[in-house]
Ligand binder design. Sequence first.
Ligand code: FES
Length: 111
Amino acid sequence: MTADWLDIGWLDQIPVRGARTVPVAGGEEIAVFRTGDNQVFALVNRCPHKGGPLSQGIVHGHSVACPLHNWNIALKTGTAQGEDKGCTPTVPVKIVSGRVLIGRAGALAAA
Ligand code: FES
């Protein structure tokens, strides 16, 4: 039986206000972000503007600034903030006993 959640490692392995990436089928990547208040969020690692690698952006609060043109993307919803329009798919994520788990179905849907 396949588990619904994929264990991707310890929360402590993700830098605070940073991200790590997880490759999934189809060459896509999931970016798993850790905020300053130790929450985690997972998005497809692709900016809704022109596909910038969100995992390399700067996390502030519960948003990430895309490294290419500085759009702000809400980590919870994947939507662009302010005047900008667009949305990156989100992936379910949770922390269990210090381990970070991402939803397998979400990861596959992103691929
Ligand atoms: S590609 Fe992200 S802001 Fe342009």
